[in-house]
Design a protein around this ligand. Sequence first.
Ligand code: ATP
Ligand code: MG
Length: 449
Amino acid sequence: MSGRLRWGLRARLVVAFVAVAMLGAVVTTIYSSVSLTSQFAASARTRLQSSATHFGDVAAVVSSRGRWDLQSIQTLHHLAQIDSLAVRLFDAGGQLVFTHPPSAAVQPGAAASAPVMVGRRQIGRVTVSRDDGRLFTAEEVQLREQLTRMQMVAGATSAAIALAAALYLAVTLSRPLRRIRAGAEAMGAGDLDARVPESGDAEIRAVAEALNGLAETLRQEERLRKESVADLAHELRTPVMGLLARIEAAQDGVLADEAANLAAMHDEALRLARLLDDLSALADAERPGLLLSVEQVDLAALADTQVGLFTGSFADKGIALSSDLEAAIVDGEPKRLEQIVVNLLSNALRYTDPGGRVSVVVRAAGDDVVLEVTDTGIGISADDLPHVFSRFWRGEKSRSRATGGAGIGLSIVRELVRAHGGQVAVESVPGEGSLFRVVIPQAARPRSV
Ligand SMILES: Nc1ncnc2c1ncn2[C@@H]1O[C@H](COP(=O)(O)OP(=O)(O)OP(=O)(O)O)[C@@H](O)[C@H]1O
Ligand SMILES: [Mg+2]
């Protein structure tokens, strides 16, 4: 574990940077030293060759009829001394005529030779090298060493700069990562209010934003969960307390009207049963692989039946219920599709005041089937809109209503619509009304009539 930490981003960056800088320095040094050496050698050989040619010319001039007497040899000797050269002169027969110094040890490749020509006749050959037998002069050797030293200094400098740059980059890169890690750890430890600063490079910012988004979602889910449990406890408490009170009153014998008491107890029990039904319906709707027996269903006919069943309730409340239904076939489970329509209609009924209007529309739109339930009810505020499909969420107004539900109806709708491969959306203006729109893909092959 600690080994992995040691070889973190920072170490890897530093090693990579320094390695690249060193490699660059080494390659440059080798390349320039090889090319410099060959350049130096070429110019030294040219120099030697011209010395040899020159010496050959002089040897020709001082010779007499292709031979060299003592005086001419002395002249050549002086000349070689002045030029610091080691010289060997051969006659036309290849016999050594003259050598200076007497035994010069010559490095391989550090000598040049030239013919000794009188007119067009070759009377001999000279071999010339430097008198120390080396190809390069001391200055040249020194210059080469100096250049190599300079290259090494340049290499070391660039490695040092690379190291500094890598350290700087590693620190600036890993600092925001460390901040993100600290934030993520805080979130992991349960502090869902912790946030990561959304600054720095685009990539880092994107990660920070994603992490903060995740924390926000978790926080909301957590809040919702707490609220849900509280709501559920509250929902259950009211009918249970009512029941308890009535049972105790019956036990104490303080009841005036037993029949009315029983009816009220029945109502409370019904409310409990409905709540439990809703809860199990939601659990059911959230189950994966929900649809067991899919068939082709005409959503219009299905909606028509429900509108018929609801007519009485709407009329009782003084709300006008109308429908505009165009045959549209979807692949689905009739019971589940029915539940979608029922939940939307019961909301419209519950959240619309007497005198209002509710309409149900089913129509085909492209490859989809659209079901719309529109009301002129209390509406939903823009702040509340994103929450209406959340489990147990209820608007403030519906909470205060005695008739309010448990906040489950729309969650069931969303799950059922999803199971049918569709989507549900809502548009609403507070005080004016709401429109719930369900879009489900049309059946693959329309049913033959
Ligand atoms: N047609 C509507 N008009 C205005 N507000 C609505 C409408 N439908 C839903 N809402 C709001 O959305 C909330 C959630 O709706 P949902 O159907 O999930 O729960 P509910 O109706 O309160 O209870 P339940 O359906 O479980 O009996 C409601 O409490 C209400 O505030
Ligand atoms: Mg409802």
